[in-house]
Design a protein around this ligand. Structure first.
Ligand code: GAR
Length: 208
């Protein structure tokens, strides 16, 4: 069984999708052993507590820079013996001391079709605002490995939704979460835990 450590910063609906998938047997070969939050008091911590999953808070505010914060995260991941790290609405870009130590072992969910609307500054509702501002007719979410560049690691799964004329960022976000993120994130986690993702020339291929 692989140890899955989930990193969160907010409401944790993606964490909830992982917990529900674990409870219903969709996630095979791994179990969520720890949730780490970048802020105290976030609702994701309540979701973890309700599911009986141990949690830690490593507040970003208590560290002077990204490197010292990332070192604290790295230490926690090592202590937790993480086999897989899932960034589920984790709003902090981790330094390469973490991404190199856990190469092809960190999975992120990004709420757009990478390489569109991604990279530094594109997170949460800002992504959907940018997609609507551009006028795209299709958007979606991407599940990918995390490397040294923001949102640039190997893509594992992508899914799409249509953008409707009267969409607001909130409505589009919800449609993408419900139809793509909450389904594909648990699926990718299960594939990883069953060793069904191959890396060839820096690209990820799923063996079903
Ligand atoms: C999700 O839409 C996730 O894809 C996005 O933030 C939301 C978090 O929701 N993540 C990013 O933008 C990361 N760059 P949640 O806390 O309810 O899972």
């Amino acid at each position: 069984m692989k140890n899955i450590v989930v990193l969160v910063s907010g409401g944790g609906t993606n964490l909830q999708a992982l917990i529900d998938a674990q409870d219903s047997g969709i996630i095979q070969g791994g179990r969520i052993t720890c949730v780490i939050a970048s802020k105290p008091g976030v609702f994701a911590l309540e979701r973890a507590a309700k599911a009986g999953i141990p949690s830690r808070v490593i507040p970003r505010k208590e560290y002077p820079d990204s490197l010292s914060y990332s070192k604290a995260i790295l230490e926690a991941l090592n202590e937790e013996k993480a086999d897989l790290v899932v960034l589920a609405g984790f709003m902090i870009i981790l330094d390469e001391c973490v991404t190199k130590a856990y190469a092809y072992k960190i999975i992120n969910v990004h709420p757009a079709l990478i390489p569109s609307f991604c990279g530094e500054g594109f997170y949460g509702l800002k992504v959907h605002e940018a997609a609507l501002e551009y006028g795209v007719k299709v958007s979606g979410a991407t599940i990918h490995f995390v490397n040294e560049k923001a949102d640039a690691g190997a893509i594992i799964l992508q899914g799409t939704v249509n953008v409707e004329m009267d969409d607001t960022p909130e409505i589009l976000q919800r449609r993408i979460m419900e139809n793509v993120e909450w389904k594909l994130l648990p699926k990718a986690v299960s594939l990883f835990c069953q060793d069904k993702i191959d890396i060839v020339d820096g690209k990820a291929y799923v063996r079903e």
